[in-house]
Ligand binder design. Sequence first.
Ligand code: UD1
Ligand code: CA
Length: 466
Amino acid sequence: MEHTAAVILAAGEGKRMHSCRPKVLQEVLFKPMIDWVLDAAADAGISSVCVVTGFGREQLEARLAGRCACAVQEKQLGTGHAVLAAEAFLKTQAPQDVVVLYGDVPFLDAAILKDAYAVHRQNGNAVTLITARLDDPHGYGRIVRDEKGNVLRIVEEKDANEEQRRIREVNSGAYWFRTDALLTALAALGNENAQGEYYLTDTVEILAGQGQRGGIYVLPNAYAMAGANDRRQLAALNAIARRQKLDALYDAGVEIVDESGVIVGPDVQIGHDTRLLPGTILRGCTTVGKGCLLGPNTLLEDCAVADGAVINASQAYHAAIGSGVTVGPFCHLRPGTHLEEKVHVGDFVELKNTHIGAGTKVPHLSYVGDADVGAGVNFGCGCVTANYDSLHKHRTTVGDHAFIGCHTNLIAPVTVGENAFTAAGSTITKDVPDASLAVERAKQVNLNGWVRRRHPERFPENKENR
Ligand code: UD1
Ligand code: CA
């Protein structure tokens, strides 16, 4: 789609959300609405994109960070006024056509943007509206057509008369414009309406008055134009997106034993024969291989899980989990965890910024952070890497086939060599050479008969003799 641009309106506060976040950062399936819209524009091949920011712009710009141009609308005086804030962008880019999108309408995808663009170009339109027919059009701008079906104007709910309110065809909030036509129409906008705002929707009537051609692309699936102005509508968007994703997973051969609490983000990919148990939440850019078993009650964010892994009642963030790995129950894998194939991480284990070699076992009650652990290592119960000296983080290295005894503290920086052992209860501060045993603990002293002397009452058989 050469010579096209997108302007995405995202300056509104979204008062009806009652939130300190800008509305477009509210999430649908854990993905901010603005990201849905940006991805649609990118997938459609629209190369230059400008987001109009305003309310909470620091938060929004931090999220956008370099992914697109930004223009600021200092005061939110309406959607037409917001597009004007991007005037300089439109003039420097000088695209032939521009699609205006609203940041709170997340499901208008790339295919829709492309199909509507084809209609726009074929008919030589100055503006092409994307509309839908709804059973309940309440709250949306209504499309007013003349008796031949040509579009005359868009009337907002608050400005509509009884008859107009009965119109079921509504404005999705997305439009293709010829850029020069858009800029002339914006210059002629007024704000004489119920809300005293400069409505982008009025450009349609202005262009019609100038004898410019306006056209319509009616959405095949009305759900695609659903927007969110309040929490209830946001919940409805979540329900729509969740249903679609779960259906797509079934089609891809994923087994969902019971859908309760199973929430899978739109960008998550899962291989066939993987089973999801209740309470499994997969989000961000997580990928899961074939034949895995996830859940119950498991949360993965931005993780890469290879084939045949089992993750039970655990959480993982930015972690790479190799094939045949077993995790849980009750593990916390923090960012930078990398488990090679067939690693076993058992109950109550926390790992962070740590690489663990193939077949290594960390079965119970351990913390391993900032460590490079080889293959075939065994950690006993309750081992800890002391990686932080209150000023700096240090790394721990454990060689292949080492054996870390129960309750070992590894005080970093420290290296345990290949095939080296540490005795249970040792606090290891010095490197352990390959194939050696490190013992670090006080010698045991047994005081024979001490309890008998101190607590004679515990030994009733002795009473008579006393
Ligand atoms: C708008 C449309 C309506 C359409 C509906 C579709 C107008 C006048 N009305 O109504 O016809 O059916 O969307 O969802 O356009 N924004 C700014 N600056 C502003 C005002 C809004 O950037 O000054 C942004 C908001 O952040 C939001 C988008 O524009 O992302 C739409 O604004 P909103 O107030 O939600 O419009 P609606 O009342 O939903
Ligand atoms: Ca809206």
